[in-house]
Design a protein around this ligand. Structure first.
Ligand SMILES: *Cc1c(COP(=O)(O)O)cnc(C)c1O
Length: 284
């Protein structure tokens, strides 16, 4: 397992990879404020808030939904890092990638460097191309969880010709994931055409009902994995990926003696919120 969650206790994982070149770019362009988008439990909101605090930048989080009476753990953490919130109703939030919505935000909030939801722009993909850069062990397969597909795109662009990426979407509708990954790859390469081999496979049966949905079976798996490895997985992304990878192995879908690397993409900041929702502690 590639422990990218260990890069940093607060913003370890793929969100740091996606922020890295964006932070550099924002500084190069002389910005002092970053603005980004997310829900009340977003790993990306938490990572952006903490990274901006450490880099001496101001941060604004455009948060989906009405301002809650009691902040989620994620929002409370982001606020403690100095992030300023701008709550927008769900209908407006869906407009977040439209130019007129961005202009409206600029009118309200002034000058800022904008990072899209999840940190998934071409600089985010370029950051994810470095995920396997320090892996010296050879492997045949690498497994990762996917939300937008930007992380998967970065990894797939950096594989050697004999290596293959197994992508486990964390949400329903995983059939679209291949197209998303190809689009992100093209962005990162600055082309509009499909380039490079389709060196990835989408395993879309492990979403457990949809984004951030859990089942007792998934929770039991995460607990058992922790008991045997002392590695914490999160129920939104890495837990579903490892469950799926375990199932793929049980079903002998990969050739015997394959060397498999699983990416731990972080996400542990969200665990207190999930524990509150399911009413029990995950790691006993
Ligand atoms: C955001 C996130 C992902 C998904 O990354 P994408 O680039 O959006 O596909 C995977 N794992 C964790 C822990 C995340 O926080």
């Amino acid at each position: 397992m590639l422990r990218e969650d260990k890069i940093h206790p607060e913003y370890g994982g793929n969100k740091w990879r996606k922020l890295y070149y964006n932070l550099l770019k924002a500084k190069q362009l002389g910005h002092d404020t970053l603005l980004t988008f997310g829900g009340a439990w977003s790993n990306h909101i938490a990572a952006t808030a903490a990274a901006c605090r450490d880099e001496g930048l101001k941060s604004i989080g455009v948060i989906r939904g009405e301002e809650p009476l009691v902040y989620s753990d994620t929002l409370a953490f982001a606020k403690s890092c100095g992030m300023q919130f701008f709550f927008v109703d769900r209908a407006s939030y869906r407009e977040k990638n439209n130019d007129y919505f961005k202009q409206w935000l600029h009118d309200q909030l002034g000058r800022f460097y904008l990072i899209p939801e999840g940190g998934s722009n071409y600089l985010g993909v370029q950051g994810c191309m470095e995920i396997i850069g320090n892996v010296h062990a050879d492997f045949d397969y690498i497994a990762c969880a996917a939300g937008t597909g930007a992380t998967a795109a970065g990894i797939s662009l950096s594989l050697k010709s004999h290596q293959k990426l197994l992508v486990f979407p964390a949400l329903k509708g995983g059939e679209f994931m291949a197209e998303e990954i190809l689009t992100y790859r093209a962005y990162a390469l600055g082309t509009t055409e499909e380039s490079g081999p389709r060196n990835f496979e989408i395993l879309s049966d492990y979403h457990f009902g949809g984004y951030a949905k859990t089942t007792p079976e998934l929770i039991a798996f995460i607990r058992a994995f922790y008991r045997s490895t002392h590695i914490k997985l999160d129920p939104v992304y890495t837990g579903k990926m490892m469950f799926g990878l375990d199932d793929v192995l049980k079903k002998k879908m990969l050739p015997p003696d394959s060397k498999i690397l699983a990416l731990h993409s972080g996400g542990l900041q969200g665990i207190p919120g999930i524990e509150k929702r399911i009413g029990e502690n995950l790691f006993l």
